[in-house]
Design a protein around this ligand. Structure first.
Ligand code: MN
Length: 295
């Protein structure tokens, strides 16, 4: 079984927050239904200069936020206002359409988080929007490592996070250096991102500049984490459909995305306002003339 090591790229979100993006990449568009993976921080900043992503729309996906350090206020067009703090998950189901903003509180000076998108399957692509906050996730101490089951089942525990595909997401953290061999589901493809510290996967180091990705058929992996290290393991059954991602939209065809862009630009009620946000909403970029639909 070959493990791929795929380089990450940098991107800027909000006013001026630099993150690394692991998905999608030229090499890998999805891992299961996971179709987007940003790693923000760990970073310290002057109070008042943290994350500030103004109101913007989403369709066809769930946004999944895992907070490791710091805090961010989520506000959306359904009227939800939810502060997310360490060891918590925010799950926003965009479905047919939602608008949200994400802003660090004025007194906040730190951030370390992963934000992922989960593509909704064809059967749930346009479900009504929803938002759920999970203040506590199942925690397992095994082989001197702390496993938090973010999504799906792992080591006999099940996450309460509500998803629509066979998926797994696990945060694995060490205090002292520790090794473990994980039993994996051969029906899943997997990805691993190093969030802090150091890790070896089957004896090969994974750096902060790359993500490991596997295809299906993998039954186990041996991980060795250095002291004070943390990784994110994601996986799932290969996504059933060929998806199209543009800006903040996930769909199947260019027309759907183009229509959503026009509705956002025209203040269509599909995307209501985030009433609590002080400031301008984001402007959609021009729709590309040629968008690649892979059939
Ligand atoms: Mn968003």
């Amino acid at each position: 079984m070959t493990l791929e090591f795929i380089p990450l790229r940098q991107a800027v979100i909000g006013q001026d927050t630099t993150i690394v993006r692991a998905l999608p990449s030229r090499q890998r568009k999805t891992i299961g239904a996971w179709c987007f993976l940003d790693h923000a921080g760990p970073v310290s900043f002057i109070a008042g200069q943290g994350l500030d992503v103004g109101p913007h729309p989403h369709i066809g996906l769930q946004t999944f936020t895992w907070m490791i350090e710091g805090s961010v206020m989520h506000s959306d067009s359904l009227g939800n206002e939810q502060l997310i703090t360490p060891k918590q998950v925010n799950l926003m189901t965009a479905g047919y359409g939602i608008t949200h903003s994400e802003v660090a509180p004025a007194s906040e000076t730190k951030m370390h988080a992963a934000q992922l998108w989960i593509a909704l399957p064809d059967t749930h692509l346009t479900i009504p929007p929803a938002f759920e906050h999970y203040p506590e996730l199942p925690l397992i101490h095994h082989d001197n490592l702390d496993f938090t089951v973010l999504v799906g089942q792992f080591l006999g525990k099940t996450s309460p996070v509500n998803v629509y595909s066979s998926l797994v997401g696990v945060d694995i953290a060490s205090k002292e250096g520790a090794s473990t061999t994980l039993n994996l589901n051969p029906d899943f493809e997997y990805g691993i991102l190093l969030l802090e510290g150091s890790v070896m996967i089957n004896g090969q180091p994974l750096t902060m500049q790359e993500m490991m990705a596997s295809s299906t058929g993998l039954t186990e992996l041996t991980l060795s984490l250095g002291a004070n290290s943390r990784i994110l393991l994601i996986g799932g059954t290969p996504f059933e459909s060929s998806i199209l991602i543009w800006w903040n939209f996930v769909g199947r065809h260019a027309d759907e995305l183009k229509q959503a862009r026009e509705q956002w630009a025209n203040h269509d009620p599909r995307f209501a306002d985030v009433l609590s946000y002080q400031g301008e909403r984001l402007t959609a970029p021009a729709f590309p003339e040629h968008i690649k639909e892979n059939k």
